[in-house]
Structures are given as structure tokens and as C-alpha cells.
Design a protein around this ligand. Sequence first.
Ligand code: NAI
Ligand code: BGC
Length: 267
Amino acid sequence: MEQSLKNQVALVTGASSGIGKGVAIFLAKAGAKVVVNYHSDEEGANDTIKQIKAIEGEGFAIKADVGDPDDVERMFDKIFKTYDNFDILVSNAGIQKDAPFEEMTLKDWNLVIQTNLTGAFICAQKAVKYFLKRGVVKDISKSAGKIVFMSSVHQEIPWAGHINYAAAKGGLTEFMRTLSQEVANKLIRVNSVAPGAIKTPINESVWKDEKKVKELLKLIPYNRLGEPEDVAEVVLWLASDKSEYVNGTTIFVDGGMTLYPGFIGNG
Ligand code: NAI
Ligand code: BGC
């Protein structure tokens, strides 16, 4: 693979499993030093680092709750102490706490917003402050810094029974666009990737059930579930100078899920 991220340092939040793990490994393959954030799955994070080292990559694992400003502060302090530069934030950590609206507890509403939306705010603010102070370093990248948020098709598709999650991803979209508008003139690039159904622990109750997979495939014109690598390819591109002129946009990686497949032969 081309070393498009050579000499760059990336932080991937929630990189102990699923999409975050895949992204961390892809960025490392492209030459970045990768900080692997995890919440509680230390073993998963260590495995990500092991896979990075196996390809002669570099990085370390660090525990932090993205929704806790003190944890995030400590995480960034460690990054700044360990490396001379910081270039890429992939704000990926996210959870689901599903329930019908009338049964959803305020606790589960708050937890999903805190992790999926406020967590993105806390991490992005730390990154932007650094990028603004540091500016562009020509030998590293054409941009002063890059942020990629992990959104979801549910920034666009309403999702009954998952109102906290859909609200967080919808909020994340306008957060991303506004932040990009605010910092693009400082050459900081901010974008989102919106995956469809990707086989990870977050939705294993669905993809481990044959009947549910059959139903789910009806929503995916391309007729297969996604893999973390499908998403990682796009994150890598957005983090690299190859996408230098791409600002404030969302790239859907969803096998066509957002194409209203219910209208095939219908309507
Ligand atoms: P996952 O459950 O494997 O990954 C989520 C990661 O976030 C885990 O590593 C978890 O430990 C971490 N995390 C949770 N709370 C955290 C916290 N407070 N602080 C730090 N880390 C925390 O599931 P997946 O699918 O890899 O999810 C990653 C992102 O992708 C999430 O934002 C999710 O909403 C998004 N996504 C996933 C899709 C899918 O079909 N798998 C589709 C669209 C979006
Ligand atoms: C959710 C997954 C779901 C996918 C498609 C994601 O945002 O986290 O559980 O399979 O959207 O609906």
C-alpha cells in the first residue's frame, strides 16, 4: 500500500473492535502512527495494536471514555507527550441503547447522546485547538489537520426504536458541517463517513440470525452486508491529501441502503 500517511499521527476512538479496529489497521498500513482508544475492552485494543505491529506499524492503546472531558484531556496529553505531531482524528466511538420511544429511559437517551455526539464534540475540540495552533506543516500534509466522524445511514434514514441513536447521528451531521464551515479557512478538513449495515459487534444480534439477515438484505440493493474494511478504505482516503478539496461532506458506504430500496418495483 502507498504510504500516504507517512509521518502522520492519528487517533481512532473506539478502536478495540469493529469499524474502529479496521480503520486503525488501515491507517497504520498507510504509514500513520495510530493511537488506539478504547473504553473497556483492553484485550480488543491490545489486539488492534498487535495487528498494527505485525505490519511493522507503530502506535499505542489508551483507555478513555470519549464522553468524559477529563479522560479525553488525559488521552490527548499522552499523545502530545509521545509524538511530535498530531494530524488525524477519527471520531468513531459509538453505542446503541435501543428501546421504543415511550419506554426509553432518560439515562439511555443521555448515554447515547453523551457518547455519540458530545464525545465527538469533546474530541474534535481538542484536535481543532491543536491544529489551529500548529497550522500546516508542508512535509506532513497539505492540511493543518483532518477529522473524520463516523456517522451512519441513520443521519438520514429515520429509525423507529432507535430514536436516541438517530438523533445523535442527525446532530452529528450538522455539527460536522458547521465545524467544517468554521475551520476550513484554517485548512482544517472535517468530513463524515456514513456506513450502512456493517458486520460488527454493535449489530451482531442481527447478522448472527439468518432470518434477520434475509430481511436486512431487502434493504441493501448491493445484496451483502458491509465489512469494516469497506468503511476503512473511505476513511483512509478522507484522511489523506488525495481528498484535499473535500470539505464538510458525508460519504455513504452502504451498498445503496439510502436509495429507498422499498421503491424497487413499488410506488
Ligand atoms: P463496535 O461496538 O464494534 O464499536 C464501537 C466502539 O466504540 C467499541 O470499540 C466501543 O468500545 C467504543 N466505545 C463505546 N463507548 C465508548 C466511549 N464512551 N468511549 C470510547 N469508546 C467507546 O461497533 P461498530 O459498528 O464498529 O461502531 C463504530 C461506529 O460505527 C459507531 O459510531 C457506530 O454508530 C458506527 N456505525 C456502525 C454501523 C454498523 O453497521 N456496524 C453502521 C453505521 C455506523
Ligand atoms: C447501526 C447498525 C445498523 C446499521 C444499518 C448503524 O448505524 O449501528 O446497528 O445495522 O446502522 O441500519
